[in-house]
Design a binder for this molecule. Structure first.
Ligand code: ZN
Length: 194
């Protein structure tokens, strides 16, 4: 994998209407202050949800339960936000926890067990995204990474094509395969694939 490679996040700007990010973000915040912050697709009860994630380059990691009894664990989210922070800008944002549900579901689908996700890119500040867009024409100027709703990641023990296929089958959000760089883009936005 090329060092520092990031996805261009194409697709989102063609699907979301103008101002769509603001609306969906506001909707998410409204849901998050309720007693049950789970998105409808994940509203079922069940066992605690566990994630194992490690940040590529810095090795910051989180391993443990982030959701139990119908609620996201506030401290776990805080730690996850740090792992998914914008490294170039050294800035943390509250990530949309539905992204963690996507990662959790995909990990279950490929039966990754205790294996850690390697997170290449999570949150991107508008400045970081603009800087990426300047370097590559392919980089979208409207990216779900800027809304804390996307991650570029890989499961080192799995072929990215397999992860992307299983993720796409789940129809939970956007799935982008960057086969040459060996990672997938996953997000909790509209269902789409590239
Ligand atoms: Zn991405």
């Amino acid at each position: 994998m090329r060092h520092g490679a990031q996805c261009p996040c194409c697709g989102a700007e063609q699907i979301l209407p103008r101002g769509g990010f603001t609306t969906s973000r506001r909707g998410f915040l409204a849901a998050a202050v309720g007693t049950l912050a789970a998105a409808p697709a994940f509203a079922q009860g069940g066992a605690p949800r566990v994630l194992h994630v490690r940040r590529f380059v810095t090795n910051d990691s989180f391993s443990g339960v982030y959701w139990r009894d119908g609620r996201y664990d506030r401290e776990a989210l805080r730690q996850l936000d740090y792992v998914f922070r914008d490294l170039s800008a050294a800035e943390t944002t509250p990530m949309d926890p539905r992204l963690f549900d996507v990662l959790w579901q995909v990990a279950q689908a490929v039966d990754s067990g205790e294996e850690y996700y390697e997170v290449i890119s999570g949150y991107r500040t508008p400045e970081t995204n603009a800087s990426n867009a300047q370097r590559s024409r392919r980089v979208s100027t409207v990216s779900l990474h800027m809304s804390g709703m996307a991650a570029d990641c890989r499961l080192p023990g799995r072929v990215s094509l397999e992860v992307a296929r299983r993720a796409a089958d789940l129809q939970l959000g956007g799935v982008g395969l960057y086969r040459r760089d060996g990672f997938v883009h996953l997000d909790c936005g509209p269902v789409r694939r590239w």
